[in-house]
Design a protein around this ligand. Sequence first.
Ligand code: ADP
Ligand code: MG
Length: 270
Amino acid sequence: MPIIETRDLRKQFGVGDVAVEVLRGVNLSIDAGEFVALMGPSGSGKSTLMSIVGGIEPPTSGDVMLEGVNISNLTDDQRTLLRRRRIGFIFQAFNLIPTLSALENVSLPLELDGVPSRIARERAAGALERVELSHRANHIPSKLSGGEQQRVAVARAIVIEPAILLADEPTGNLDSRQSERVTALLRSLAADHKHTIVMVTHDAKVARSAFRLLLFRDGMIERDVHQSDFEHGFPAGDSGIFLRPNFEQLNHEFPSGEKISGKVASEGNR
Ligand code: ADP
Ligand code: MG
């Protein structure tokens, strides 16, 4: 059973003349333990998809099933609990509380859920250890680098041990060195088989660390490529062109200029 499934998911903003259909029938199936990168032009609906999958906002129509449960059948309270206990969110802007230390930021989701303070802090310390930031536990965010702040945000997301991690451009504000570290961290979390990760990214290098690539365009999934479809992992840039029967050329260029190309198994070959 897929851990995340969407069925003909549609989202419209506005009504009448100004109505915009941002999601135009998204059908998605992600198994437990997958690490999926979602790429697509700005404004194509990626963040909207993430917030609907995470139960933050409702779709206009269609269904989201998480762990086999249709989330639109839940009450608001049940949905809040689901978000609080089963889903970790990571955002481009870190969204840490500036007046709280790293440790306090990480323990907050547990304390909000009623976990006693002492236990919450112990678990938060454990999460900070997993992101290799124990030595920064008592620093407030402004005393940390961008990469460190994002690792604190990752610790805050995983402290609840969520089944699903949704990361919306987690490396968008980081330089390439910090970006690599956060990406490696997400990959190791996925490899631990404890979390299923969906990560939006504009960076083909970051996307390459995932096991599967969804190319999103105009509110729909245009391509769904698994790492095993490539002969030698995901290609990035112009690298990784291979010739093999029944493989077709994937050449995807986004308006921003990023490009993914390589030979992938053609649909008929799957
Ligand atoms: P992406 O993350 O791929 O850049 P978004 O999901 O943020 O795209 O946005 C897709 C489109 O939906 C954009 O045109 C955006 O302006 C529009 N949009 C997003 N949220 C809202 C909203 N709350 N009200 C109206 N339009 C919105
Ligand atoms: Mg976005």
